[in-house]
Design a protein around this ligand. Structure first.
Ligand SMILES: Nc1nc2c(ncn2[C@@H]2O[C@H](COP(=O)(O)OP(=O)(O)OP(=O)(O)O)[C@@H](O)[C@H]2O)c(=O)[nH]1
Ligand SMILES: [Mg+2]
Ligand SMILES: [Zn+2]
Ligand SMILES: [Zn+2]
Length: 383
C-alpha cells in the first residue's frame, strides 16, 4: 500500500499522489515500458501491475517510478515510508556543514541505535562513501562543497528496529547540504530555484554557526588551531554575515510559504555552533563542569533528554552574549517560532596544521536530530 503520510517528491518537493507518478516496468537492462495505473489501483492506492503480454514481469507489481512534475526517479523505498523527515543545513562557507553531516550519518549508523540506515539512490551512496572515506579513513578535512551547481538532496531511509511486530516503521530522511557560498547570497542571487524549494520544504533548518569567525574568539586562539579549523579557500566571512543570512533566509521562506512579514516562521530551527573542540582553549570559554562539555545523554536514555538540551541551549546563549553576539540570537528568535541552540564538534579535536585529523570522536552531533525526532513523536521525551 502506498504511503499514507504526505509524500513529497524529494527532488521538486511537490506533493506526490499516485496519479502524479509515472511507473515503469524494466524487464531487463535494455527494455522498459510505461505501466499505467488502473482505475482500481487509483481508488485503492495500489501500485500498478504489468499487464503486457509476454513481458517477463507480467503480473508483477511495479515499483520503478518517477515524478511527473520534474521527471526525476523516485526510489521505491520512498513510496512506503511512515514519516518524512527533512533537514536543510545552512551556514556561511567553511562553517562545517559537510563535516557535520558526514559524522552525523556515521553516528546514526554506529552509535548503537536500533536503526538501519540505507541510502536510497546511487548518488547518495557515492557521496556518503566519498566523504566517509575522506574523513574516517584518509583522516583529512573535506574540500568545500561546490557552489553554483544544482544541489542534490541526499536520500536516506531509516528503519526503526526497536518496534516489535511485523511492521518495521520506516522514515524517509532527506538531507540538503549545499554550498555555504550560495547560502550567503540567498536573498539577492537568482540562483537555482531549487535551493529555495529545499528551504521552504524542510521540516527542520540547521543553521550552522562557526564560532571561529567571532573576533573575540579569534583573539584568544592560537594561529595553529585557527588555521587548521578554517576552510583554506575562503575564510574571511565576517560574523555579521550570519545576522544578514538569518534575516534574508527568513524573508525568503516567508515569501515562498506566503507568511506575512512580522509573523514568526512555524518551523524548527536548530542553531548549531560548530567546532566546539577549538573553544576549549579559550579562557573565556565554557566552564569545565558545563553540561555542553559532557557526553550527550540522549542515546543512552533512548529518548530526548529535554533538561539536558535546555541547559546546553542556555549555556551557549550565555556564551554568545558574553561574546557580544546578541544580534544573531535576536535575529533567530525574532524569525522562528521554535528555536533551540546546540553545540557540536564533528571531529572531537582540531585538525593539525596540515589539516590531518586524529581519531574521529564526534561530540553531541546527534543532539539536533534527536530534537527533531522527539518533535515528530518518533522517540520519547524524557525529563
Ligand atoms: N576544529 C574543528 N574544525 C572543523 C570541524 N568541522 C569542520 N572543521 C573545519 O572547517 C573546515 C570546513 O568544513 P566543511 O565541513 O567543509 O564546511 P562547509 O560548511 O561544508 O563548507 P562549504 O561546503 O564551503 O559551504 C574544515 O576544513 C575544517 O578545517 C570540527 O568539528 N572541529
Ligand atoms: Mg560543504
Ligand atoms: Zn518531482
Ligand atoms: Zn512489463
Amino acid at each position: 500500500m502506498f504511503s499514507k503520510a504526505a509524500v513529497i517528491c524529494p527532488h521538486c518537493l511537490r506533493e506526490l499522489k499516485l496519479s502524479n507518478m509515472k511507473f515503469f516496468c524494466v524487464p531487463d537492462e535494455d527494455n522498459r515500458h510505461e505501466v499505467k495505473l488502473s482505475f482500481v489501483d487509483k481508488i485503492k492506492g495500489r501500485l500498478p501491475v504489468c499487464k503486457r503480454r509476454f513481458c517477463r514481469n507480467h503480473g508483477m507489481t511495479i515499483r520503478e517510478a518517477s515524478c511527473k512534475n520534474c521527471g526525476e526517479p523516485l526510489p521505491p523505498q520512498f513510496l512506503f515510508h511512515d514519516k518524512y523527515l527533512s533537514l536543510c543545513a545552512l551556514g556561511v562557507a567553511g562553517a562545517g556543514k559537510s563535516s557535520y553531516m558526514t559524522t552525523l550519518l556515521h553516528e546514526l549508523r554506529y552509535s548503537g541505535l536500533p536503526w538501519i540506515l540505507q541510502a536510497m539512490d546511487v548518488e547518495t551512496t557515492r557521496r556518503a562513501q566519498l566523504n566517509e572515506q575522506y574523513i574516517y579513513e584518509e583522516r583529512h578535512c573535506l574540500r568545500g562543497t561546490e557552489s553554483g551547481t544544482s544541489p542534490k538532496p541526499q536520500l536516506w531511509t531509516i528503519m526503526d528496529n526497536s518496534v516489535k511486530g511485523d511492521k518495521v516503521p520506516t522514515y524517509a530522511l532527506t538531507i540538503y547540504d549545499g554550498a555555504g557560498e550560495d547560502c550567503e547570497h540567498i536573498d539577492y542571487t537568482p540562483l537555482d530555484s531549487k535551493i529555495s524549494l529545499y528551504l521552504s520544504g524542510s521540516k527542520m533548518l540547521l543553521i550552522m554557526f562557526d564560532p571561529l569567525l567571532l573576533s573575540s574568539v579569534r583573539a584568544e586562539l592560537t594561529h595553529e588551531t585557527l588555521n587548521a579549523s578554517m576552510a583554506t579557500e575562503r575564510q574571511t566571512s565576517a560574523p555579521g554575515n550570519m545576522v544578514g543570512m538569518v534575516n534574508s533566509l527568513a524573508n525568503y521562506i516567508r515569501r515562498n510559504c506566503n507568511i506575512p512579514p512580522g509573523k514568526r516562521i512555524d518551523r524548527r530551527a536548530a542553531v548549531v555552533i560548530t567546532k566546539l573542540d577549538a573553544l576549549t582553549e579559550m579562557l573565556n570559554g565554557f566552564s569545565s563542569d558545563a553540561t555542553i562539555l559532557k557526553e550527550s545523554p540522549h542515546i543512552h536514555n533512548r529518548g530526548f533528554v529535554e533538561s539536558d538540551s535546555k541547559m546546553v541551549d542556555l549555556e551557549i546563549r550565555d556564551w554568545l552574549t558574553r561574546q557580544g553576539e546578541t544580534a544573531f540570537l535576536g535575529a533567530i528568535d525574532a524569525n522562528f517560532k521554535e528555536v533551540r541552540v546546540f553545540g557540536v564538534s564533528s571531529f572531537g579535536r582540531p585538525p593539525d596544521i596540515r589539516k590531518r585529523l586524529a581519531r574521529i570522536r564526534p561530540h553531541r552531533v546527534l543532539d539536533p536530530l534527536m530534537w527533531l525526532l522527539a518533535g515528530e513523536g518518533i522517540i520519547p521525551i524524557r525529563n
